[in-house]
Design a binder for this molecule. Structure first.
Ligand code: SF4
Length: 598
C-alpha cells in the first residue's frame, strides 16, 4: 500500500502563530490566559490547552475580568476588542496577518462609503469579525439565494472568507458582477487554503482512498473532505487515528492523507504511522518482520549505540590513537543505557500521555517495551562503569563523572513544597539543557576515553593521558571535542524541531521553542560552518591525522539533512531518524576507508 501525504497538511501560518502566541503567554505569565473563542476547531487540542489552564472565554458570556485574553487567528470585531479592554483584560492580538489585511481593506472602503460583500459562512468567527469592520455596511453571502436577496446597493466591494472554496467564490462572484458590474473585487482566499485544497483534489484523484484528519467542526477541514469526496474517491474524515475504519481500507493500493489548518502535527504523524503499520500487516510476513526489526533497532537506541561505536573508532583514528574496543563498548553502553532509561530528559514517553503529543509512534513503542528497556538501561549503565574499571582508574572516573552528572541534572534543586515557584525544576529543563549536556557527555566519552584507554591499555594504574600534553595536541583534542559535541548537539536540536508543537503544548522549553525555528536553523548552519573551517585549519596544521579532511563529509552531511528538513523534503519518521543518526556511522566508515587508503 502506498501512502501519499499532502505537503500542506497541518497548521497554517496563522494558526501556528496564534498557537505560539497563546503558549508563549501561558509560559510567561502567572495570571490566567484565555482565548477569545476556541483557538482552533479541534476538540483534542482544546482539551490539551484546557489541561494547561488555558480556558476559552465565550463570546457574550459573563466575565471575570482578570488575566490575558488572546484574540485567535480569525480575529474579532473592533467592538469586541474594545469591550474586553474596557472590562480590564490585557488583550493580545494574534489575528492572522492575512485577516488583518482584509480588515484594513474593509475599513478603507467603508470610510469611502462603499458597501461590502463578504463571500463566506455567515456565523463563522472570521466573517463575524469582518462584518464588525464593515460597521453596518457589510453583508455575508454563501449561496445564490443569499446573493439574490441582497438589497439594492450603490458602490460595492467584494472580499471572501480566507478559507472559502475557490469554486464557490467564482460562482457567487459571477452573480454579484451581473448585478454590480463596477464592483471592486479582492481575491482574499488565503494562499495556504488554496494550496491545501488544490493539493487535496490532486491527491484524491490519484489514490483509491483519501483520509482527511481534523476537527469535524473545522470549516476548512470539512471543506477538504467535501472536495476529496467530490472527486468520487472513497473519503474518510476522522478526528484522530482511533476513528479510522481500517478494515474498509483492505485491498486499497494507494491512500492519500491530508489535514486541515487546525490539525496538529502529532495527529498527522500518528495517522501516517498507523497507516504504515496497517500496510505492513497487509504485506507478506518476511517483509513486515524485517520492517519490525528495523523499527526496533531504531526505537530501542541500538542504532545510535552502534553509531557510537563507529564514532569512537573515527575519533581514535582522528587523534592518531589505537582503537580500543573496550572504550567503544563503555561509550555505547552509556548512550544506550541513558537513552533507554529516559529517552526524554523528563521521561515524558514513560510517564503518561504527554509523550503522545511529542512523538506518538515512539510513545506507543515505550508503552509496549518500557519495563524491558528500563531494566536493560539500568544494567547498561552499571556495565559501563564495570567495564571502564577494566580500562583504568581515570576511565572509571570519567564514566562515573558523566553518569553522576546525568543523574544530577535530572534532580530537582528545590524541595517539593517550593516546586510550584521554581520555573525550571531541573537543570536539564533549562532551554537547551538536554542538548548541551548530551553533546558534552558524548564528547567527553568519545574524545577522552579513547585517549585514556590508549595511554593505559593494560591496567588501572597507568599514567593519565594529559601527561606531556603539547599545545598542538591540546588543539587536536579541543577540535575533536567540539566536533563530537556539535554533531550530537545538532542532532538533538533537530529532534527538538520535529517535536516543537508537542513540546510547546506540554510546556517544554527547547532551543527552537525559545529562539524560534529560523534563528535556531541559522545557529546550526553557522556552527557546522565554523566546525568545517576549524577542521580544515587544524588538519592542515598537522594537529590531526589526515582523516580530518575526510571529516568534512559528516559536516556536509549535516548541512544536507538540515536542508532536507528545512525544505520538508522528508517527513519525520523512521527514515529521518535513521538519516540524522547516520553521520556517526559515516565517521566510522570514513576512518576505515582512510586506513585502507593509507
Ligand atoms: Fe491565516 Fe490563511 Fe491560516 Fe486563515 S488559513 S489563519 S488566513 S494562514
Amino acid at each position: 500500500m502506498k501512502i501519499i501525504q499532502a505537503k500542506a497538511a497541518g497548521f497554517c501560518m496563522g494558526v501556528r502563530r496564534a498557537m505560539d502566541t497563546v503558549l508563549e503567554e501561558a509560559r510567561r505569565r502567572r495570571k490566567p490566559v484565555m482565548t477569545y473563542g476556541p483557538l482552533i476547531h479541534n476538540p483534542q487540542v482544546i482539551e490539551v490547552l484546557d489541561g494547561k489552564g488555558i480556558r476559552v472565554l465565550g463570546r457574550g458570556r459573563s466575565r471575570e475580568p482578570e488575566g490575558t485574553v488572546v484574540i485567535r487567528a480569525h480575529g474579532a470585531t473592533p467592538a469586541e476588542k474594545e469591550e474586553l479592554i474596557r472590562c480590564g483584560y490585557e488583550v493580545v492580538d494574534a489575528t492572522c496577518p492575512h485577516v488583518i489585511h482584509i480588515q484594513r481593506l474593509l475599513t478603507r472602503h467603508v470610510e469611502q462609503g462603499d458597501s461590502v460583500l463578504i463571500i463566506g459562512d455567515p456565523g463563522h468567527a472570521e466573517v463575524e469579525g469582518l462584518l464588525g469592520f464593515a460597521r453596518g455596511r457589510g453583508f455575508a453571502v454563501n449561496t445564490e439565494a443569499e446573493v439574490a436577496a441582497l438589497p439594492e446597493l450603490e458602490r460595492v466591494c467584494v472580499v471572501s472568507q480566507t478559507t472559502q472554496s475557490q469554486e464557490r467564490f467564482d460562482r457567487l462572484l459571477g452573480l454579484i458582477q451581473k448585478r454590480w458590474p463596477e464592483c471592486v473585487v479582492y481575491r482574499t482566499i488565503c494562499d495556504s487554503t488554496n494550496r491545501r485544497q488544490e493539493e487535496t483534489v490532486e491527491i484524491a484523484r490519484a489514490v483509491d482512498a483519501m483520509i482527511v484528519v481534523g476537527g469535524k467542526n473545522s470549516a476548512n477541514t470539512v471543506r477538504l473532505a467535501q472536495l476529496a469526496a467530490e472527486t468520487g474517491t472513497l473519503t474518510f474524515h476522522v478526528e484522530n487515528s482511533s476513528q479510522l475504519d481500517f478494515p474498509r481500507l483492505r485491498g486499497v493500493k494507494t491512500i492519500g492523507l491530508t489535514a486541515g489548518a487546525s490539525t496538529p502535527n502529532w495527529m498527522i504523524v500518528d495517522l501516517a504511522e498507523r497507516l504504515e503499520e496497517f500496510s505492513r500487516r497487509e504485506s507478506s510476513a518476511p517483509k513486515w518482520v524485517l520492517f519490525d526489526l528495523v523499527e526496533f533497532f531504531l526505537n530501542s537506541h541500538l542504532y545510535i549505540a552502534f553509531g557510537v561505536v563507529c564514532a569512537v573508532y573515527g575519533c581514535s583514528s582522528l587523534l592518531g590513537l589505537p582503537f580500543r574496543p573496550l572504550a567503544a563498548a563503555v561509550a555505547a553502553l552509556y548512550v544506550f543505557g541513558l537513552s533507554s532509561l529516559d529517552v526524554r530528559p523528563d521521561g515524558e514517553y514513560r510517564t503518561g500521555a504527554k509523550g503522545y503529543f511529542i512523538d506518538p509512534p515512539r510513545w506507543r513503542f515505550y508503552q509496549q517495551w518500557g519495563p524491558a528497556l528500563t531494566l536493560l538501561g539500568g544494567t547498561s549503565l552499571i556495565a559501563a562503569l564495570i567495564l571502564s574499571a577494566f580500562i583504568s582508574l581515570p576511565a572509571l572516573c570519567l564514566t562515573f563523572l558523566v553518569e553522576s552528572l546525568a543523574a544530577l541534572l535530572r534532580l530537582s534543586p528545590a524541595p517539593g513544597r517550593f516546586i510550584p515557584y521554581v520555573r525550571h525544576r531541573r537543570l536539564i529543563d533549562l532551554p537547551g539543557g538536554k542538548d548541551v549536556f548530551t553533546g558534552t557527555a558524548w564528547a567527553v566519552l568519545l574524545t577522552l576515553l579513547p585517549s585514556v584507554a590508549a595511554a593505559s591499555p593494560f591496567g588501572p594504574f597507568s599514567p593519565p593521558v594529559w601527561t606531556g600534553l603539547s599545545i598542538q595536541r591540546f588543539v587536536a583534542y579541543a577540535v575533536t571535542f567540539l566536533f563530537v559535541f556539535s554533531l550530537v548537539f545538532i542532532r538533538s536540536v533537530v529532534t527538538d524541531f520535529r517535536d516543537i508543537q508537542g513540546d510547546q503544548i506540554i510546556g517544554r522549553e527547547t532551543i527552537p521553542v525559545v529562539l524560534g525555528k529560523d534563528y535556531t536553523k541559522t545557529l546550526l548552519a553557522v556552527l557546522t560552518g565554523v566546525l568545517l573551517l576549524a577542521m580544515i585549519i587544524v588538519t592542515a596544521g598537522d594537529a590531526l591525522t589526515p582523516l580530518g579532511y575526510f571529516m568534512i563529509f559528516p559536516l556536509l552531511y549535516t548541512w544536507g539533512y538540515l536542508y532536507i528538513y528545512h525544505r520538508r523534503l522528508m517527513k519525520p519518521g523512521m527514515a529521518f531518524e535513521a538519516l540524522i543518526g547516520g553521520k556517526f556511522i559515516l565517521i566510522g566508515i570514513l576512518a576505515l576507508l582512510q586506513r585502507a587508503c593509507a
